[in-house]
Design a protein around this ligand. Sequence first.
Ligand code: FAD
Ligand code: NAG
Length: 304
Amino acid sequence: MPPSGPFPPFLRAKLTASSMSGTQVAVAAAVAGVGAYALYLRKSASANATDKPSLASFGFHSLRLHSTELVSHNVKRLRFELPNSTQPSGLSLTSALLTISIPAGRWLPVLRPYTPVNSLDETGFVELMVKHYPGGKQSSHLHSLKPGDRLTVAPIKELSWTPNKHPHVALIAGGAGITPMYQLTQGILNNPEDKTRITLVWGVNTDSEIFLAEQFGALQKKFPDRFKAIYVVATPESSSPHPKGFITKQILEDAGLSASSEKNKDIKVLVCGPPPMEKALKGAKSKPGVLTELGYSPAQIYSF
Ligand SMILES: Cc1cc2nc3c(=O)[nH]c(=O)nc-3n(C[C@H](O)[C@H](O)[C@H](O)COP(=O)(O)OP(=O)(O)OC[C@H]3O[C@@H](n4cnc5c(N)ncnc54)[C@H](O)[C@@H]3O)c2cc1C
Ligand SMILES: *[C@@H]1O[C@H](CO)[C@@H](O)[C@H](O)[C@H]1NC(C)=O
């Protein structure tokens, strides 16, 4: 999509990039639909309760922070109140929230997507897990929020999930890129109609960054035939039970994710991670990526 309309410069730069991820497209649509200047004007609009699912409508919503919890040395869980405590968020599988803030002393708003991690059916609350990057504009802002503070968010649709469209889905995540995968895993496994099998491969820097291990462990116990999770740790502790290094072709083959095997030909591969990881998986102009080497076609791969 060519850039048009009043995009702030940083978004314009993103929009001219030849290949946009699903999220970049969704962010562009959200901004194009409303206009960048409206972000300033409607900052605190729609704080009123309604009798509809709270975040189902397009546009901006102001949410009150209910509570926070530090879940690892640099990850915080932020629990926000929805306008109507008896209604769920109304977000569809899969969705993110585009968060907007104007840091002190700046002209342009900072827009970053974060992925709700509580069940999308839960009424009254929406929860984010945010990893703090030193010097990161939005993650620092979010980590500084106190209960009672407000945050402006706009729902954005990510990959629209259709139950049973694929027999098997491979989720490959790096670091905080795990959150869309967690939302999808819960959505699939908690839907009795959906029989999709899931293989998750999550790359992290250290053992302590596997901040959803407990939640994934519970799902593995409950769905041992349908859900498998593998953690790959770049610099593991000596006692770590996990494979060491990055997510390589060998790791994915060992996880049963080679596309050349007949049973994997209808598999869908979803990727969310830092740019170097996505590049290694999806390849660059000069170099085919690990997923190409494994036999996946571009149509089988989706990037959040
Ligand atoms: C679809 C989608 C969903 C996301 N969901 C979540 C989520 O649920 N939780 C979450 O914590 N994040 C999530 N992110 C990432 C998030 O949107 C921000 O990119 C991140 O919080 C950094 O923003 P910032 O403004 O703090 O950092 P910036 O000010 O943009 O960057 C400051 C510095 O931080 C470092 N940095 C920033 N991002 C990364 C990165 N990804 N990897 C390594 N270093 C980095 C870089 O050195 C950079 O120079 C998601 C991203 C996408 C695309
Ligand atoms: C919340 O939703 C319920 C159910 O739809 C509705 O009856 C109620 O009036 C709503 N509350 C507010 C404060 O809007």
